[in-house]
Design a protein around this ligand. Structure first.
Ligand code: UDX
Length: 435
């Protein structure tokens, strides 16, 4: 099939590349000429495991091409994916100016039937707005469908190629048939393509992400309570997770959720609820608790140093909001860096992928080490903010030689408390006894 993807951010790029992988002819459109030139030369502009291999393969096969011309893109595809940014407005709502701007252009340029697919995470009612905007500029037949993505950073290729479900919001049989044809190769396993109305599809995305954010937040509260009463959140988590109604996943407490989706989507659902006269009280709590959780370790670090962090050097392992990504949007590490700097501490950080992004933000306010042990050399304490695999089994002998004090503050519960006692470390984590 002939497909066009408008916007080559994280979602657009993964969508375009993976759709080319099943034999479709995909044209990706972006206004950033420099980025388009890099992609034409075979360079993947983001870090996402496994994307490079299929990106190169499909470019070489001529199934994946790039252009800055929206008009060329619109001429090519029968299905036009909109994977445009929907940044958070000052009031927490999603800014639709990119999506509606392109909708206007679509109305001006299309000369044959098209299915316009909202892939971006957009508030309930956006498909309708896109439809109205296009219709103002054309009498050409077209349909608008909502097809939210459920891609996890770090696993996006796998999530796209083997989805647990595909949600399509469509009220046109013609558009539904085309979407089913496009996605059939991805659900050979028997996983469903769920067809519904556009509004329900739009809400499915916000509700899913907000539910997951709430699930994590609930466990963070349980962890905080465990600390007060001397229970072990690891045990509570295992005890709860084996109930299939609860499930084992997304029950890991830590220093809060971050990233480009959860924080933005929870706020956008809260805001669009308010705009429609509904108050999502639970989401207010989720947002508040998560903000506190991100700096949960700070008072513990301060207490260890008797309230005085000035001049103390903190080794910080992990900057990305989660492993397998260089994304630092809403990362707990940034909130910790701000708080630690304010208290006069010095920071030496290490992250396998995200250091360049943090360097651009903090320039010379913090230092960076070229490997994980380098960060700990002469530091007063180690703080862990992201659960990268390489941090899971460190050489504790080397760590204790490097650190001035044998103390680890772990925001991701990487180690067994008893093991740390045996290694001779003071170890302070989340929702478990201090050692
Ligand atoms: C998320 C959704 O999972 C995906 O379906 C959606 O479309 C985009 O947003 P992503 O932001 O890439 O994906 O990350 P995810 O793996 O879901 O983690 C989100 C945050 O929750 C991270 O900050 C992570 O550290 C945190 N988290 C996750 C926990 O604190 N505990 C958990 O048990 C799971």
């Amino acid at each position: 099939m002939k497909i066009t993807v408008v916007g080559t951010g994280y979602v657009g790029l993964v969508t375009g590349t993976c759709l080319a992988e099943t034999g479709n002819e995909v044209v990706c459109v972006d206004i950033d000429a420099a980025k388009v030139a890099r992609m034409q030369a075979g360079e993947v502009p983001i870090y996402e495991p496994h994307l490079d291999v299929i990106f190169e393969r499909n470019i070489s096969a001529g199934r994946l091409t790039f252009t800055t011309s929206l008009q060329d893109g619109l001429d090519h595809g029968e299905i036009i994916f909109l994977a445009l940014p929907t940044p958070e407005d000052e009031d927490g709502s999603a800014d639709l100016s990119y999506v509606l701007g392109v909708a206007q252009e679509i109305g001006k340029y299309i000369t044959s039937y098209k299915v316009i697919v909202d892939k971006s995470t957009v508030p309930v009612g956006t498909a309708e707005k896109v439809r109205e905007t296009i219709a103002q500029h054309t009498s050409q037949a077209f349909d608008v469908v909502s097809n939210p993505e459920f891609l996890r950073e770090g696993f996006a290729v796998d999530d796209f190629l083997k989805p647990e479900r595909i949600v399509v919001g469509s009220s046109s049989e013609r558009a539904t048939a085309l979407m089913e044809k496009l996605y059939k190769p991805f659900v050979r396993s028997g996983n469903p393509i769920i067809i519904m109305d556009e509004k329900s599809a739009e809400l499915t995305k916000y509700a899913s992400n907000s539910f997951l954010a709430a699930k994590i937040t609930f466990m963070n509260e349980v962890a905080n309570y465990c600390e007060l009463v001397g229970a072990d959140v690891d045990m509570v988590r295992r005890g709860m997770g084996t109930d299939s109604r609860i499930g084992k996943r997304f029950l890991f407490p830590g220093i809060g959720y971050g990233g480009s989706c959860f924080p933005k989507d929870v706020k956008a659902l809260q805001k669009s609820g308010r705009d429609s006269g509904y108050d999502f009280k639970m989401l207010d709590a989720v947002i508040d608790i998560n903000n506190d959780q991100k700096v949960k370790l700070i008072p513990k670090i301060e207490k260890y140093f008797n309230g005085d962090l000035s001049g103390k050097t903190i080794a910080l392992w992990g900057l990305a909001f989660k492993p397998e990504t260089d994304d630092i949007r809403e990362a707990p590490s940034l909130y910790m860096i701000e708080a630690l700097l304010k208290k006069g501490a010095k920071i030496v950080a290490f992250d396998p992928e995200a250091m360049d992004n943090v360097k651009a933000k903090y320039q010379d306010k913090i230092s960076f080490a070229s490997d994980m042990y380098g960060a700990t050399d002469g530091a007063d304490a180690l703080v862990i903010s992201t659960e990268w695999s390489i941090f899971r089994t460190p050489n504790f002998k080397k760590l204790s030689d490097n650190l001035k004090n044998k103390i680890i503050f772990d925001g991701r519960n990487l180690y067994d408390v008893n093991d740390m006692v045996n290694e001779g470390f003071r170890y302070i984590s989340i929702g478990r006894r201090e050692a």
